[in-house]
Design a protein around this ligand. Structure first.
Ligand code: AMP
Ligand code: MG
Length: 490
């Protein structure tokens, strides 16, 4: 691997150097060959032979320089003060096969000075969810952390019940969170200049070319965050805990915890069972992204030349960036060009899906059947691909909408093949539904990792129909089924 450990060159007040506390008798959970190849990990026989020891914290290869990062944050809208890596360590930074810097961060690996009341460990349940979701995002083409693999420990971990412990080697383009800056201005404001330079030089070097590099950097973070959240909305993803300590400065999805993929379409859907007020409900995510940036940006007023007006200009493009990316993405999901006519058709479709509590993912994918059907068996499409039986009135609405959609497609100078390609390339067949993840967890807790491996394969190519899939991979829960409780406990 091509090591480039630069975080450790920053002021030592920003982190604490320490080795991992090994897991007891770690055994393999799953290894991500794709990520190993990306990092150049797989070019080194010794690393490959000892991956379980590495992720178990037993063997620290030469070139790794482990440290726990200090950060702070706003949690559920409240200032939470100092947080930091309480159970994870930045092990190394490496250049990947694209010359992109990647952090290797080992999660679940013991106490650090930032552990507060925690035990420094992670449970197998949340480790598997994070592992599979990072991989799912890669397949979906949405920027996010991923992982090299995970291991399981003999030593149980206490949460609401005793659970198997595990460790995950997370890989992300950065582990700098909005909360890093919040920590600095509260606890070591004199470091803000150096740290801002580091963020720009490492992650936004193109901003150096601008007249005002700091303003250019801040605006770039704003736009990337808006774009990331637009991607979430498009794939029906709810992060669940968008605290400022869980948002990366690179606009890449980080900290997969009580997340979920929306099944029956309900914009107000709350996946995180611990989110009693619905602050992080699916439909609130774009506004929360704005809220987070709005509390983050004023910290930079500690820097010379950064004024309130500069910051207002940096934040201003958030909404337009979000809207543009979201609307374009939505039109692509329907295989139609971005225009106001296309958008009204798209919103009508979504209203239909919502009114009839149909499955978000399957409904978009069902458009393929509409386009491919020469004799328009709309009722069959609904029954077969949306798993829905509708009232006569709803059926009329659906028939009317489908006919107008087909007429609209006919007017466009696009071949059916082009439309079909768009529909197939923008509407996944498979997402990580909560009960899919849960089946893999239940089996893994019995020592069986086949289901993790199967889901890994399936989610490698989520836009392709696959033989290894079962009906359970695409079936949403019944409309009246109680929601699976997914909490912050991890
Ligand atoms: P999270 O809710 O997982 O984003 O974590 C919020 C903060 O709590 C971060 O500073 C974590 O490092 C810390 N934390 C979460 N779980 C644990 C744990 N089991 N032991 C120590 N620190 C933890
Ligand atoms: Mg976190």
């Amino acid at each position: 691997m091509r090591y480039q450990n630069t975080y450790i060159t920053l002021d030592p007040r920003l982190y604490h150097r320490q080795p991992p506390t090994p897991l007891k008798d770690p055994t393999p959970g799953h290894f991500n060959q794709q990520v190993a190849d990306q990092l150049g990990f797989s070019n080194d026989d010794e690393l490959m032979a000892r991956w379980v020891e590495i992720i178990g914290g037993i063997y620290v290869p030469e070139g790794f320089e482990p440290l726990a990062m200090a950060y702070a944050g706003h949690q559920f809208g409240q200032w939470a003060g100092q947080l930091g890596d309480g159970r994870g360590l930045l092990m190394a930074q490496v250049l990947d096969d694209n010359d992109q810097l990647q952090d290797l961060h080992l999660k679940g690996i013991g106490l650090t000075p930032y552990s507060r009341m925690g035990d420094g460990r992670a449970v197998l349940r949340s480790t598997i969810r994070e592992y599979l979701c990072g991989h799912a995002f890669r397949g979906l083409g949405v920027r996010a952390s991923n992982a090299l693999g995970f291991v399981v420990s003999e030593t149980p971990v206490r949460r609401e019940r005793m659970e198997a412990g595990a460790a995950l080697m997370r890989v992300a383009d950065s582990h700098i969170r909005l909360g890093h800056v919040e920590w600095i201005t509260s606890y070591a404001p004199e470091l803000l200049g150096e740290f801002t330079d580091y963020m720009i030089d490492t992650y936004y070097p193109e901003c150096r070319e601008q007249d005002q590099p700091i303003a250019a950097f801040l605006q770039a973070v704003v736009k990337r965050t808006a774009r990331m959240i637009a991607d979430w909305q498009l794939i029906g993803f709810a992060h669940g805990v968008m605290n400022t300590d869980n948002l990366s400065i690179t606009g890449s999805t980080l900290d997969f915890g009580p997340f979920g993929f929306m099944e029956r379409f309900n914009p107000g859907w709350i996946n995180n069972h611990s989110d009693h007020t619905g602050r992080y409900a699916y439909q609130n995510q774009p506004a929360i992204g704005h809220w987070n940036l709005n509390v983050w940006l004023p910290h930079f007023m500690h820097l010379e030349g950064v004024t309130r007006e500069t910051l207002a200009e940096c934040l201003a493009p958030y909404e337009a960036s979000f809207m543009q990316h979201y609307q374009q993405g939505l039109c692509r999901k329907l295989g139609i060009p971005h225009s106001s006519e296309s958008l009204s058709l798209a919103f009508e479709f979504m209203t239909f899906v919502e009114d009839n509590t149909l499955d978000y993912t399957n409904s978009f994918r069902a458009l393929l059947a509409v386009v491919a059907s020469s004799n328009h068996p709309f009722e069959t499409i609904l029954l077969n691909t949306m798993q829905a039986e509708l009232s006569a009135e709803a059926l009329l609405i659906w028939q009317d909408w489908s006919s107008r959609y087909l007429d609209y497609l006919a007017q466009l100078a696009r071949s059916t093949e082009q439309v079909v390609d768009d529909l197939k390339g923008n509407n996944p067949v498979y997402v990580l539904r909560n009960d899919m993840a849960q089946r893999a967890i239940t089996a893994a807790e019995q020592g069986q990792f086949d289901e993790v491996a199967r889901l890994y394969e399936l989610l490698t190519s989520p836009y392709k129909v696959q033989d290894i899939a079962t009906d359970l991979d695409t079936t949403p829960p019944a409309p009246d089924a109680p929601q699976m409780p997914i909490s912050c406990s991890s």
